[in-house]
Design a binder for this molecule. Structure first.
Ligand code: 9MR
Length: 501
């Protein structure tokens, strides 16, 4: 049995509990501290002995104060796969800190989590549990649980840094994404400091605006709040997205060809009219071109390069859905800038397919308008890349897009330190020095290239402000860490030459 205490709040422990490890204690009778799997001082929680089989850590002394709780532990389940979760109990609420879902039994798993909280209830502790299906009868083991507490507001942006929008004011617009988190407090301060255009990351998508049931009312409230807040702060808004194979209520793509075409037109008209004069450019169609294209696919024509699988717009309307959407948008608001947006254009074949598609659609539209107007005004290269990026491919692809003679924007830039799209827990931000340097170098290479081509680039938008809130948080792809501190990546974007040979 181990009675020693390592962390500050040890003295705050409930003395009625018998034992603790690093200040953690388990509930009476249901646990023992054992040597297990070659490790000493493992907490074994015996699921058969209690319905309240938890490992707890008292935070009573922080009640009513804003703190950040960071937790780590190694955990292992007995029996079958299942969940292990870290929660708060403040006597009234039980916020989830993090969960390990469907963890395989019989192996150790690393768990970590972070929460910023000001608890107001009668009690205050964190606990690790295997609560699932109203039962906690699985035995599990916890090794080396740790807590780190940061007191006060953890967000510490440095607003004395030269704003990125000033660094690039003669080159292109600087953008980032927003959700409701970024509308106030230090998140908003940092957004306003550096960026002059935003893209709502989710709130202008069909599944946020359109009714989930056909015929019900549109849901404007949150989007309105966002757009108005930005405009009143002189931050422009780019709209994302009207027609996409994801995040779209299913009723919108169900019916005969004529019905779906009508639904699409009505949706586009409804949204563009609603935001007319407030949102200046829109991604009309997103991600319509397939991955893994060969040169013979491209030689067979762009319509053979359109995404066919899991694409309900394609199922209803065929490859024509792309042009139909742009025509509907032009009709609904002739003054708005219409963008085609896609990812993976670092792959030169995919960029080529996008190029021939836009050229074909624009050439035909120009014929109809006596050469006066394109239908597609801009092309967005998302640029979700990682530290193995080959900058030569980016250069070649951008040159293909520049050859179209329309606006080119970088629309969703992030540089992940891992080579996959693991979204992570949303709470990671431990980055090795080697990865932070490699990431800074890629950002520097990209911005050097963008600067060289600045006359042909309208906007560069990052897909996330900080690693804590990024959709790829586990790969820490942003310029700021979860506390809004500028990373090397930020300084590489501010001054690429300092990070290049
Ligand atoms: O960042 C968005 C994330 O919060 C959503 O869960 C996800 C769901 O589809 O969409 C993310 O944004 C995507 C964007 O709309 C289109 N390009 C890829 C982006 C990352 O998945």
């Amino acid at each position: 049995m181990l009675f020693s205490c390592f962390l500050q709040s040890c003295s705050e422990l409930d003395k009625t509990k018998k034992d603790n490890i690093n200040g953690f204690y388990a509930d009476d009778g249901a646990y023992e501290i054992i040597n297990y799997d070659g490790r000493s001082d493992v907490i074994k929680v015996d699921g058969a002995k209690t319905s309240w089989a938890v490992v707890m850590y008292s935070l009573a002394k922080y009640k009513g104060k804003m703190i950040t709780i960071e937790l780590t532990a190694e955990v292992k389940r007995e029996g079958s796969a299942g969940n292990l979760l870290w929660q708060i109990n403040d006597g009234q609420n039980y916020p989830l800190i993090t969960s390990l879902n469907n963890a395989v039994a019989g192996v150790w798993h690393q768990m970590k989590g972070r929460i910023v909280i000001t608890p107001s209830g009668n009690d205050f502790f964190v606990y690790l549990t295997n609560w699932e299906n109203n039962a906690e009868n699985t035995t599990y083991y916890v090794y080396n649980p740790t807590v780190n507490i940061i007191e006060g507001n953890p967000l510490i942006p440095d607003l004395s840094l030269l704003p990125l929008k000033s660094v690039y004011e003669n080159h292109f617009l600087m953008g980032n994404i927003i959700d409701t988190t970024y509308l106030s407090g230090k998140y908003f301060d940092l957004l306003k400091h550096h960026f002059n255009i935003v893209t709502p990351g989710n709130n202008l998508k069909p599944d946020f605006l359109a009714p989930s049931t056909k015929g019900d009312a549109y849901q404007w409230t949150t989007a309105e709040e966002m757009v108005n807040k930005m405009i009143s702060n002189n931050i422009a808004v780019h709209g994302h997205v009207l027609v996409w194979h994801e995040q779209t209520p299913s009723w919108m793509t169900v019916g005969t060809r004529t019905e779906v075409e009508t639904t699409m037109k009505n949706y586009i008209a409804e949204v563009l009219t609603h935001f007319q004069g407030r949102v200046n450019s829109w991604d009309v169609v997103n991600e319509a071109i397939k991955d893994g294209l060969s040169s013979s696919d491209i030689a067979s024509g762009w319509k053979n390069c359109v995404r066919t699988s899991a694409n309900p717009w394609y199922d209803a309307l065929g490859a024509d859905y792309i042009e139909l959407a742009f025509r509907a948008a032009r009709e609904a608001d002739p003054n708005i800038n219409l963008y085609y947006n896609d990812y993976g254009l670092e792959n030169t074949n995919k960029a080529e397919a996008v190029r021939i598609m836009i050229k074909d659609i624009n050439d035909r539209y120009k014929n109809e308008t006596s050469g006066t107007r394109n239908l597609i005004d801009g092309v967005g290269s998302q640029a979700h890349v990682n530290i193995s990026l080959n900058i030569n491919n980016v250069r070649e692809s951008l040159n293909k897009l520049f050859s179209l003679g329309i606006e080119v924007s970088i629309t969703e830039l992030d540089v992940s330190t891992i080579n996959n799209y693991d979204p992570g827990s949303g709470r990671d931000s431990v980055i090795s020095e080697a990865n932070e340097n490699a990431q800074a170098k890629v950002y520097a290479e990209l911005f050097k290239l963008y600067i060289e081509n600045a006359s042909q680039i309208t906007r560069v938008t990052f897909w996330g402000m900080d690693d804590g809130n990024s959709w790829l948080s586990v790969g820490n792809p942003c310029l700021f860490d979860w506390r809004l501190t500028a990373k090397r990546a930020f300084f590489a974007v501010s001054n690429p030459d300092n990070f290049l040979p």
